[in-house]
Write a protein that binds this ligand. Structure first.
Ligand code: ATP
Ligand code: MG
Length: 429
């Protein structure tokens, strides 16, 4: 294939052999969120660039160097969304969903775009499922967000492989006081900081805390801790959250260096991390952002949310071999018909059966073929049973029923009795 007909680096096709796992994952999450009372919202993939600058913050990795930004034909600057929170807040404000202090528990799913260096678990188009809750202030809802992800890890069979890290960034006032102390301390050790951290010290000092540089990390050992600067409100909130996680039996570790990449967080921040995926170990991350809605032009409205990276969770399911076998079987019954008359009868019969068994996964052979070739296709389809309709069967108004996996003799079933018979042997999903 010529080079121009390849996909863009870091933007992947999800092939037919992979989609069953994606659908299993997405279906599991969607059911869980329904059960916890969250409602889905769907936002556009493209927004005005200004939205992300204002919400995510000008001096973040995302806005500084990762956005796909372009001018459209009207001369407007547009950006492929790098994350979902900004657009969700925009939509909520635009449609008045949080007016008069009304609570909202929302979720979304879809592709996000960031111009990063593609590698395992890090792509330029990737997919997130995100939750955002508005106008619920207490630690109970922060806890619910964590509790439901814990349940999700349980449903997926990956609980043992993920660890919860937790921190509180305080209110913006307490964070402001902490920033002053941190800048003072780091400035006194300026020569020992890496170049990036020296720059961040001026633009976004909290980000120095999550440096990967060993020398800077050594300096940070004795740096002031946010925990010592929390005001009463933030401390009580954090204690309330920890008490609820204890009550739910969810283990966690406090990571005082956890600050998250985006500017808008306050109070609770958390990450679910795994050591099974190499460097790209964060599978789900979020926190509280009580100031964001107001910063974006709305009335004061508290918010808390998280986003999980679907690719990383899919990788984790594969790595841990937690892919349920049955999800890739998409055919229950494969119908083979031989000759024009039998094909016509098979079509009519199968439509009747579908009327009676709407969930039956019935595949009819297409493209005719010999007995041998149709049977091969039946077997390859993964079907549990084959149905066989030739001239002889047609003359007697019966169809051959043959189990393809395991025991059972072939038998003839009358046309009229076929649906009832299939209902007894095929699990109806
Ligand atoms: P990281 O530190 O790995 O860059 P982040 O802090 O930038 O992550 P968030 O913006 O919090 O990530 O996004 C939430 C989740 O989305 C991440 O925890 C991760 O699972 C996933 N994610 C983020 N960026 C990517 C990417 N480029 N490719 C695949 N998944 C991603
Ligand atoms: Mg990132």
């Amino acid at each position: 294939m010529s080079k121009s007909l390849q996909a863009i680096r870091g933007m992947n096709d999800i092939l037919p052999e992979q989609t069953p796992l994606w659908r299993y994952f997405e279906g599991t999450v969607a059911r869980l969120l329904d059960n916890y009372g969250y409602k889905q919202i769907r936002m556009p993939i493209v927004e005005f660039t200004e939205l992300f600058k204002r919400s995510i913050g000008e001096v973040t990795d995302i806005v500084e160097k990762e956005m796909y930004t372009f001018e459209d034909r009207n001369g407007d600057s547009l950006t492929l969304r790098p994350e979902g929170t900004a657009a969700c807040v925009r939509a909520v404000l635009e449609h008045g969903l949080t007016g008069a202090g009304q609570p909202q528990k929302l979720w979304y799913i879809g592709p996000m775009f960031r111009h990063e260096r593609p590698q395992k678990g890090r792509y330029r188009q990737f997919h997130q499922i995100g939750l955002e809750v508005f106008n619920i202030d207490g630690p109970d809802i922060d806890a619910e967000l964590i509790v439901l992800t814990w349940r999700l890890w349980g449903l997926l069979g990956i609980r043992d492989a993920v660890k919860l890290e937790l921190n509180s960034l305080g209110t913006s006032e307490s964070r402001g006081r902490y920033k002053v102390a941190l800048v003072e301390y780091l400035s006194a050790h300026l020569d020992k900081l890496d170049e990036d951290s020296q720059r961040r010290l001026k633009t976004n000092p909290l980000r120095v805390l999550d440096t990967k540089n060993a020398d800077t990390q050594a300096v940070l050992v004795n740096a002031p801790k946010m925990a010592d600067y929390l005001d009463d409100e933030s401390r009580i909130h954090f204690e309330g959250l920890k008490a609820r996680l204890d009550a739910a039996g969810i283990p966690f570790v406090i990571n005082t260096k956890l600050v998250r990449g985006l500017d808008y967080y306050s109070k609770t921040v958390f990450e679910w991390v795994t050591d099974k995926l190499g460097a790209q170990g964060t599978v789900c991350a979020g926190g509280r952002y009580d100031g964001l809605v107001e910063q974006m032009g709305g009335k004061p409205t508290t918010g808390v949310g998280f986003a999980m990276g679907i690719e990383r969770l899919i990788l984790l399911l594969e790595t841990l071999e937690q892919v349920p076998e049955e999800i890739s079987r998409q055919v229950d019954v494969y119908l083979c018909a031989f000759g024009e008359a039998a094909e016509l009868a098979a079509l009519a019969l199968s439509e009747k059966v579908r009327d009676q068994l709407p969930n039956l996964r019935l595949q009819i052979n297409a493209g005719a073929g010999s007995f041998k070739s149709q049977f091969k296709k039946a077997d390859k389809s993964g079907a549990l049973y084959a149905l066989i309709l030739g001239e002889d069967e047609l003359a007697q108004q019966v169809i051959g029923f043959k189990p393809l996996r395991g025991q059972g003799e072939q038998q003839n079933i009358a046309f009229d009795a076929l649906a009832a018979h299939l209902a007894t042997c095929v699990v109806q999903g």
